[in-house]
Design a protein around this ligand. Structure first.
Ligand SMILES: C[S@@+](CC[C@H](N)C(=O)[O-])C[C@H]1O[C@@H](n2cnc3c(N)ncnc32)[C@H](O)[C@@H]1O
Length: 152
């Protein structure tokens, strides 16, 4: 199975890189994870205009990715699900894409194009922390599906 995490983020070194690497290695027994970070001049410019302009620029930057495979968008106001429900999103799929937004989150148009819009909790996290939590949930989800003791 293929999992792709597509984030609105600058490609730069991060304190969290070792965590991403470890979790991706743990997941590799179940699936291949591709980490795609997207940023553009339009996004930089839109950040100086308004939150709405920024959200529109994120949608444009992500338009080549949305609509293909099973698309799950992470959004603080999305559907609150537990790890068992999360695992069901991974079940019986060839390819799943997860989307993590930029500083201003997603516009409604983008959310409407997603197959699922989920929340990882009522708190708002930085996109970098959200990716750590997402990767851990992906590993937990596959462990649940394969009855691996990690999830207990
Ligand atoms: C800094 S947050 C954006 C905050 C923005 N005010 C909003 O309401 O979406 C950046 C990204 O991290 C992800 N994120 C942060 N907290 C989350 C949560 N509790 N559940 C799901 N995704 C979250 C989302 O993809 C979000 O677009």
């Amino acid at each position: 199975m293929n999992v792709e995490i597509v984030s609105i983020a600058k490609k730069e070194k991060s304190l969290y890189d070792p965590l991403y690497k470890d979790l991706t290695k743990m997941i590799s027994r179940f699936a291949t994870v591709k980490d795609t970070e997207i940023y553009s001049k339009d996004v930089t410019k839109a950040h100086t205009i308004s939150p709405q302009a920024a959200q529109k620029a994120y949608t444009k930057a992500l338009e080549a990715y949305i609509g293909k495979d099973f698309c799950i968008t992470l959004h603080p106001d999305g559907k609150l699900i537990d790890s068992f429900e999360f695992s069901k999103l991974l079940n019986d799929k060839m390819s799943v894409k997860f989307f993590i937004g930029g500083a201003y989150g997603f516009e409604k148009d983008f959310l409407d194009q997603s197959n699922a819009v989920i929340s990882l909790g009522k708190i708002t996290m930085s996109h970098k922390i959200a990716k750590v939590v997402l990767l851990e949930q992906i590993y937990r989800g596959f462990s649940i599906l394969s009855n691996h003791p990690y999830h207990k």
